[in-house]
Design a protein around this ligand. Structure first.
Ligand SMILES: C[S@@+](CC[C@H](N)C(=O)[O-])C[C@H]1O[C@@H](n2cnc3c(N)ncnc32)[C@H](O)[C@@H]1O
Length: 396
């Protein structure tokens, strides 16, 4: 943005480029949005930016209430008035009007007329189980991050790096780490696992964008006596299903795809997600990896949950299971660029700081961590939103 024209050159170029992009092509839409964002960022009055940022603090709590009242879901059955919503939710009509006025102003629902609301495409996404569950998980994140200023002041602005003694423990008044704390909470566990099934890459699924089938099969003779993919801490199998679907030919057979998770997660895989071809293994990744010599060990959105010391423990427990020259480690996590990090990545980074004393990592931090655990990076692919696939092998 450094320019003698205060960014006006870039704005002019972005406006010119907009007229050349085909808006009917879904693949081009992100480019359009990025150009519009640049135009907005440059032309918006700074005070407006500041006031809008300050105003945004009311957004999440209102969304949490709307979600608790299942208003988004109710609207997916058709338009509703404030009185109808009030009756369905057993809530005060005027409270509903105020919440819905806000939701309309934020572009999350549409007003058909005074006190009459209609679902938009955004409403439908919020109403779907993964995002409704995500909003309930978000209530916990909100509680944690509410403590951020006081906690950091009390700890002299040290960068938190402990899973067992940090903002989470401060906010919840507990000695437990967050995964242990929530393990006994069945509703939260269900919500968290449902939330994790949401697509977190822009555009196609990550398995398509990273062309996983050819990465797994090409240039090697597959050993059918060992699993093809072990998804370590793979939730309820959402990614293993994507991996399975990515094979056009040579569909993996029973036992070739292994889902590892903590016992309470494996025990609660919903029937509709259960795949008889998967092998379900209860495993704590802070203990040695029991499945030896698989082609791929995948850690997706795992290491960002852990500060370096624990991340190293997880990696070392895995390293011992890899067959040199055959097995690969896949880390699927953000690779934060040195400048211009994506909004989604920075949000995840701060959420990880609060929940686990952990972080999103840049290329150098990944290299250092992996080298310390005995791995070397053999390939790195990063999508435009900062989500990366780091392919590593055992270092010689
Ligand atoms: C952020 S989720 C990622 C799930 C999945 N890989 C995905 O990308 O959607 C982290 C997962 O780590 C699991 N987990 C936490 N501690 C674990 C441990 N000690 N051993 C195995 N899994 C663990 C949790 O149950 C949770 O499903």
């Amino acid at each position: 943005m450094a320019s003698t024209s205060n960014g006006l050159d870039e704005v002019t170029a972005a406006i010119a480029e907009l007229s050349t992009i085909d808006a009917s092509d879904p693949a081009s839409r992100n480019e359009i949005v990025e150009n519009c964002q640049l135009i907005l960022d440059t032309l918006q009055d700074p005070l407006t930016v500041v006031m809008e940022t300050l105003s945004s603090i009311v957004k999440f709590p209102c969304l949490a209430v709307i979600n608790r009242l299942e208003i988004f879901k109710r609207l997916t059955s058709g338009p509703l008035t404030a009185s109808e919503l009030a009756a369905q939710c057993n809530a005060d009509r005027w409270l509903i009007v105020r919440l819905m006025r806000a939701a309309t102003a934020w572009g999350l629902v549409k007003e058909l007329g005074p006190e009459t609301y209609q679902a938009t495409t955004v409403t439908y996404v919020f109403a779907a189980p993964p995002c409704a569950a995500g909003l309930r998980v978000g209530e916990k994140i909100h509680k944690i991050l509410d403590s951020l200023p006081a906690y950091l002041e009390e700890t002299d602005y040290r960068n938190p790096a402990s899973a067992s003694n940090g903002i989470f423990q401060y906010a919840f008044g507990t000695d437990q780490e967050s995964f242990d704390f929530f393990a006994a909470d069945k509703e939260y566990t269900k919500d968290f696992n449902t939330f994790m099934t949401v697509q977190r890459t822009r555009g196609q699924q990550w398995t398509e964008q990273f062309n996983v089938a050819s990465r797994i099969l090409d240039g090697v003779t597959i050993d059918r006596t060992v699993p093809l993919v072990v998804d370590v801490a793979g939730g309820v199998g959402q990614d293993l299903t994507l991996i399975k679907n990515a094979f056009q030919h040579a569909t993996p057979t029973a036992g070739q795809l292994v889902l590892q998770e903590l016992p309470h997660v494996i025990d609660n895989v919903p029937a509709e997600l259960h795949d008889p071809d998967f092998e379900y293994v209860k495993h704590n990744f802070l203990t040695p990896q029991p499945v030896k010599g698989a082609r791929i060990y995948a850690l997706k959105h795992i290491l960002h949950n852990w500060p370096d010391e624990r991340a190293l423990e997880i990696l070392r427990n895995l390293a011992a299971a890899l067959t040199p020259g055959y097995s690969k480690l896949w880390i699927l996590d953000s690779v934060v660029p040195d400048t211009g990090a994506d909004k989604k990545v920075v949000a995840l980074d701060i959420a990880m700081l609060g929940f686990h004393g952990a972080q999103e990592r840049n290329r150098e931090q990944w290299d250092t961590l992996l080298a310390a655990a005995g791995f070397k990076v053999v390939d790195l692919s990063v999508l435009s939103d900062g989500f990366g696939l780091i392919e590593a092998e055992l270092a010689a």
